[in-house]
Write a protein that binds this ligand. Structure first.
Ligand code: ARG
Length: 430
């Protein structure tokens, strides 16, 4: 294996000195808060940090609703690998209320397809890392992000903003071990490795709001998805032959009930996800422009987000005026990019959230969404705030509620500039 090439000066034997204000000087790393998932990278890291920096490690594992995790097993693994402690934090409620709800109000979607589940999770994970680092006397926060992704931006930026006295290390950015070397390191250090060495697994990230898969054939753009990538959503071909209509009720932009049953937010998100997954809804095969310049293909499974964002958007359209409905998507897009790009803590986000809250004050009502073999479509709509008058729409002839005789006058003025411009160009054309 190649020795890492130091970028700048090298201190004693602890690795290169930092090039930024927030990265740790190796000689100042004494106790590290490691964001620990229990996977190969962070397990190798747990040992590697102790060895490489002669430092203590406190592990933190955050539950954002990723399905199928056994947190007791993860905690046990961290302690076996020498962690002083391993905190497991159930942050599902905070994630749902403080991160997913603002995203719903902002119709949070990046690149027309990605509902931002990872981008929403990282600032919360990093905020908790700052809290737990402080509480457990750590000087440094370590995470398992690579140098090619968006997640490093989100985590580093959060730590540098919320914990300016803390420093960051991201060993994967510098240690130059590939999967094979990591597996070898793990074997040498008694770290259990799941799945063997033969086939590298997909790189998965998931939480209450969605799941992403990267790597393997996904990097080949001419390779259509293989079935085994879909672990959450039923393949549309295999979904039920009968459609299902699910109704979603919102109060002030927040989903509060499914099919007439009021639910706590976390349960509602899980149930919406399960219904969508059953019907093959929420598969996204997406080319994404990362903040760090790369274009990458991702496979997303986002059944809950697909249903709830669709229903929210439909309800918003119904209760907003044409003027509100034209501005909102512009601000939504700003919101989504700021969050995608790792700047959750920028004051622009809270400024935009104030607008989102104001716009959502009227977003109360119910939308029925029909699910069928991968498709989701709004089929029923109702709201006490609908800017809609069935009489005006259908019986204007008989009514007298709106004088159709006024329309020609409107058209006269509405088309005035267009007519003048057309005439001028006609004259110039000779
Ligand atoms: N491309 C998405 C994003 O940047 C998903 C990233 C998934 N993260 C991961 N570590 N696999 O938000």
């Amino acid at each position: 294996m190649d020795e890492p090439i130091p970028l700048l000066a090298v201190s004693a034997d602890a690795g290169p000195l930092p090039t930024t204000t927030y990265e740790a000087d190796p000689s100042h790393v004494h106790r590290v808060l490691l964001l620990y998932s229990g996977g190969l990278d962070t397990s190798v890291m747990l040992k590697w940090i102790q060895e490489h920096y002669q430092a203590e490690v406190v592990a933190l594992t955050v539950n954002l609703g990723q399905p199928g995790e056994d947190y007791e097993v993860i905690r046990g693994k961290a302690l076996t690998l020498g962690a002083l402690d391993c905190h497991v934090v159930d942050a599902r409620e905070e994630f749902a209320h403080e991160y997913i709800v603002p995203a719903i109000k902002a119709n949070g979607t990046y690149g027309l397809a990605y509902p931002l589940f990872t981008a929403l999770g990282r600032p919360l994970i990093a905020k908790l890392a700052v809290d737990y680092a402080r509480a457990s006397g750590c000087d440094t926060i370590a995470h398992g992000c690579t140098g090619k992704g968006n997640d490093q931006v989100r985590i580093d930026a959060t730590v540098a903003t919320l914990g300016p006295e803390l420093r960051v290390i991201a060993p994967v950015r510098g240690w130059r071990m590939g999967r094979e070397e990591e597996v070898a390191y793990a074997r040498e250090h008694g770290i259990p490795v799941k799945g063997g060495t033969e086939q590298a697994p997909y790189s998965i990230d998931d939480n209450l709001w969605g799941r992403s898969s990267e790597g393997r054939w996904i990097e080949e753009l001419d390779h259509a998805p293989e079935d085994d990538v879909f672990q959450l959503v039923t393949r549309p071909e295999a979904a039920p032959d009968e459609p299902e209509v699910v109704t979603v009720e919102f109060e002030r932009g927040v989903p509060v009930a499914l099919d007439g049953e009021r639910l706590g937010l976390v349960e509602l998100l899980e149930r919406a996800g399960a219904i969508g997954a059953r019907h093959g809804v929420g598969i996204v095969d997406h080319i994404e422009d990362r903040i760090v310049g790369l274009k990458v293909r991702d496979i997303y499974e986002v059944p809950a987000a697909t249903i709830l964002l669709l229903a929210h958007r439909e309800l918003e359209k119904l209760v907003g005026t044409i003027h509100q409905n034209q501005l909102k998507p512009v601000l939504d897009q700003k919101w989504a990019y700021l969050v995608y790009a790792g700047l959750w803590w920028d004051p622009l986000r809270s400024d935009l959230d104030a607008y989102m809250d104001a716009a959502n004050a009227q977003v109360t009502g119910t939308i029925g969404v029909k699910l069928y073999k991968g498709a989701a479509r709004a089929v029923t709509r109702s709201s006490p705030h609908a800017v809609y008058d069935a009489q005006l729409a259908t019986f204007a002839e008989s009514g007298g509620l709106f004088a159709q005789a006024a329309s020609p006058g409107f058209i006269e003025l509405w088309s005035l500039q267009s007519r003048l411009a057309w005439r001028l160009r006609d004259e110039n054309r000779g």
